[in-house]
Design a binder for this molecule. Structure first.
Ligand code: ME8
Length: 501
């Protein structure tokens, strides 16, 4: 069975999840469900990033212990992910002892290879990002993401010879052996690597106590980003044998937001190259949810609460709306009122209305609907094309394009109803009425499959309305996306697919 390993970044526990944090996770979940639907064995990893000065400071502000804060915020993440139906296979916490063991092993191996040395670091440090900035990278002397002035810092610490990997990285990216998407992010990184000399990376901190102590120097803790990146290995249970990691290694897709691009596209592959570990197959950098053009986040106080949004729209609809608004690789402005308009147009008046209409029309007959002699070639062709576009779009992480292809099917079905007027056929031409309703029921069955990775419960409800709940779930996708062959005896439902808000 084909294996598919997908990861999200692990989330900082200095604040609660917001809709921007949920963006990466919902996207990863849709992909995980899509690959499971295809019959692949999926390992979907997410979790929380719990060490470092940012978390220690947040705990101090709240007059609590860092571990307590981690437990509390991680519990919230798990709760929100459950609400959003995130079907992760493992939730990694960097305060797990097994993770610490992986980090210690990894750092020791780097040291044994002569890739770690002791030095003095002086620089401008942004607490928000947990990283040093060069003067050039600042905007008006401030961190471009947190809009705060970094603090000046000097400390003794251990360095990783990151600079030794510059040429290798360039070669791998140029030859497409390391796939970075979308294209503009790949180009951005290439031009950065072509124009700048990589500096070695400080991988430990003497003054940060809330972290994993270095195996050879307990006065220093691992730099939180090294600690965090290694979750992608420890999350698979890796204990340090670089020959045998897991059947799931390497990751098929790693998702990340553009604010953490350098860590994932430079430091992460360099760390793996250092220990001869195969690189991820694909790193995908997505854009931000913005509110009036500003990145949504806790620090700017403009964050939307995913649980509240789920109460308003319902979880399935929220998942759909989050991915339908704009292309995944770009930034996009969102708001509750934009979601409201999309909900009405795409879901309540679109799919929901079609579903109700077809089931009501089908209920006018007490006979089963069997595959008719005459098939509408045009409809069959549209569905075949839709499946092609839909699968290709999801393979390319073009969620909005996959959604668009589904919306076209809904529009086509609406047109088919209006053209054929089955309520008139019922009186005039019963066998044509049966033919038309059969096609509509079969389109609904396909829609049940098409929306499944995005809206798993609404997909169940469609199958339930078609009286095929068990039958469809037993099928493989290959069987499910075939046209015809089903005998329908639908049951009108009490539930409304997408209630008006
Ligand atoms: O960066 N729109 O954690 P994090 C879209 N712990 N995505 C957003 C967003 C928004 N408005 N706001 C945040 C970290 N994100 C590190 C990762 S991985 C080894 C360590 C995304 O909680 C952000 O881009 O700050 C990132 O991909 C993810 O949420 C976690 O952000």
């Amino acid at each position: 069975m084909n294996k598919f390993y997908i990861t999200t970044p692990i989330y900082y526990v200095n604040s609660y999840p917001h809709l921007g944090s949920a963006y990466t996770t919902v996207a990863a979940d849709v992909l995980a469900r899509f690959h499971r639907m295809r019959g692949e064995e999926v390992f979907f990893l997410t979790g929380t990033d719990e060490h470092g000065s940012k978390v220690a400071e947040a705990a101090a502000q709240k007059k609590t212990e860092p571990q307590k804060l981690c437990d509390q915020v991680t519990a919230k993440y798990e709760e929100v992910w459950d609400t959003l139906k995130i079907s992760y296979n493992y939730f990694i916490r960097t305060t797990d002892s097994q993770h610490a063991q992986t980090v210690r092993y990894f750092l020791n191996s780097l040291k044994e290879k002569g890739l770690i040395y002791k030095g003095q670091y002086q620089g401008l440090y942004c607490l928000g990002c947990e990283r040093y900035y060069t003067e050039k990278e600042l905007v008006d002397g401030q961190c471009p993401f947190h809009k705060k002035k970094p603090i000046s810092f000097s400390e003794e610490c251990y360095f990783f010879k990151l600079s030794a990997f510059q040429e290798k990285l360039l070669k791998l990216i140029r030859s497409q052996k390391l796939i970075i998407e979308p294209q503009e992010r790949r180009n951005e990184l290439l031009s950065f690597l072509e124009r700048n000399q990589l500096e070695d990376l400080a991988v430990s901190r003497a003054n940060v106590k809330w972290g994993i102590p270095l195996p050879w120097d307990s006065q220093q803790t691992a730099y939180v980003w090294i600690d965090a990146l290694l979750n992608y290995l420890s999350g698979l249970g890796w204990q340090g044998d670089s020959q045998k990691i897991s059947d799931f290694w390497p990751p098929d897709v790693q998702l990340l937001g553009k604010d953490i691009l350098r860590f994932h596209l430079v430091i992460w592959p360099a760390l793996l190259l250092a220990l001869d570990i195969p690189l991820p197959r694909r790193l995908y950098v997505h854009g931000f949810f913005t509110i009036n053009g500003q990145k949504m986040g806790k620090s700017l106080g403009n964050a939307l609460d995913p649980e509240k949004m789920a109460e308003v729209f319902g979880v399935d609809a929220l998942r759909w709306l989050m991915l339908s608004s704009f292309p995944f690789g770009q930034d996009g402005d969102i708001s509750q009122s934009k979601f409201y308009d999309q909900y009405q147009a795409q879901l309540a008046n679109g799919l929901g209305n079609l579903f109700r209409r077809v089931l009501t029309l089908a209920a006018k007959s007490d006979q089963d609907f069997t595959p008719p002699q005459k098939e509408e070639k045009k409809i069959i062709k549209i569905l075949q094309q839709t499946w092609k576009i839909y699968e290709k779009s999801l393979d390319d992480l073009k969620f909005e394009a996959a959604i668009e292809s589904v919306r076209k099917v809904i529009a086509e079905a609406d047109r088919y109803v209006d053209q054929n007027k089955p309520w008139e056929l019922l009186k005039k031409d019963f066998s044509r009425y049966q033919e038309v309703i059969y096609h509509l029921l079969e389109i609904l069955r396909h829609l049940g499959w098409l929306i499944r990775p995005f809206m798993p419960d609404k997909s169940d409800l469609i199958f339930k309305g078609l009286n095929l709940e068990l039958a469809e779930k037993k099928k493989s996708l290959i069987q499910g996306k075939k046209w015809g062959g089903t005998i329908f005896s639908p049951t009108p439902l009490e539930e409304i697919l997408f209630p008006r808000l």
